[in-house]
Design a protein around this ligand. Structure first.
Ligand SMILES: Nc1ncnc2c1ncn2[C@@H]1O[C@H](COP(=O)(O)OP(=O)(O)OP(=O)(O)O)[C@@H](O)[C@H]1O
Length: 258
């Protein structure tokens, strides 16, 4: 199967600096896959997304995007100028105009039919996220990229949003790449989880990651996997010389297969 996006040896520097934000990262996402990137604050998750999308220069490595790939992107922060009135309908037509029919269809698909005439500032957090998702779906993406899409939502809102993501994948066949901190839901909703900390710490299907003995050993005694994935020590060095790699106690890249 040909990957939608594939990256090898991705190295990214801090903007305006010489520190390494990502080093030697390999990545791929296949059609219809749901892949979630987790990791502590500042571990390079958004940088990985931006590098994969070509929004950030690479210091080394390469990214290959499938020819003609259409991507729907929801960035981590969307600035809405509250002083400028803007309806949902108008927002959906920026920067490219879409018909009323198309706008109504994507809003219905993401469960917010009927909000077209509302001001963006009048939406709840959950409705706003659904409008952002609707906008990302407008042009029939092969890949949806969502950077912390459930920020600010309460637990039922988070669960409902991930259900929606799975539904959208089923209906449209789009693959989904997302960054998330909502681990319990991530473990349920993802085909593959990548734990990042400047490099790929560990990677695999949620089931594999949470049950593999080598991962339990890595993540700590008594772990059931899910939370351990997030709690495991992130204080090791990230340089990729041999000794320091050994300190990670894991191979550079781990697939879902055992
Ligand atoms: N525009 C920028 N200028 C300077 N440094 C930046 C910039 N963007 C990111 N960085 C730095 O790069 C590192 C990785 O940031 P990134 O946003 O990719 O991490 P993250 O894992 O997405 O974090 P979070 O979970 O907090 O969103 C951080 O140390 C951050 O301070």
């Amino acid at each position: 199967m040909s990957a939608l996006i594939e990256a090898h040896g991705l190295t990214v520097l801090r903007p305006g600096g010489r520190d390494t934000v990502l080093q030697g990262v390999d990545f791929r996402i296949d059609p219809q896959e749901i892949v979630t990137v987790v990791g502590p604050n500042g571990s390079g998750k958004s940088s990985l997304i931006r590098a994969l999308l070509g929004h950030m220069p690479l210091a080394a490595g390469r990214v290959t995007r499938r020819a003609g790939l259409r991507i729907g992107y929801v960035p981590q922060r969307v600035q809405v100028d509250t002083t400028i009135p803007m309806t949902v309908r108008r927002f959906l037509s920026l920067p490219r105009r879409v018909s009323d029919g198309v706008a109504a269809r994507v809003l219905a698909r993401t469960g917010v039919e009927g909000v077209g005439a509302r001001q963006l500032t009048q939406l709840s957090g959950g409705q706003f996220q659904r409008v952002l998702l609707a906008r990302a779906l407008l042009h029939g993406p092969h890949l949806l990229v969502l950077d912390e899409p459930t920020q600010g939502l309460d637990q039922p809102g988070i669960v409902a949003f991930y259900k929606l993501i799975e539904e959208v994948r089923r209906q449209t066949g789009a693959a989904v790449l997302m960054v998330s901190h909502d681990l319990l839901v991530v473990m349920r909703a993802s085909d593959r989880v990548i734990c990042l900390n400047g490099h790929v710490c560990c990677e695999g299907t949620p089931q594999h990651v949470s049950s593999a003995p080598e991962y339990r050993a890595l993540f700590g005694a008594g772990s059931e996997g899910t939370l351990a994935l997030y709690r495991h020590r992130h204080d090791h060095d990230h340089d990729h010389d041999r000794d320091r790699d050994a300190a990670c106690l894991h191979p550079r890249r781990q697939s879902g297969a055992s």
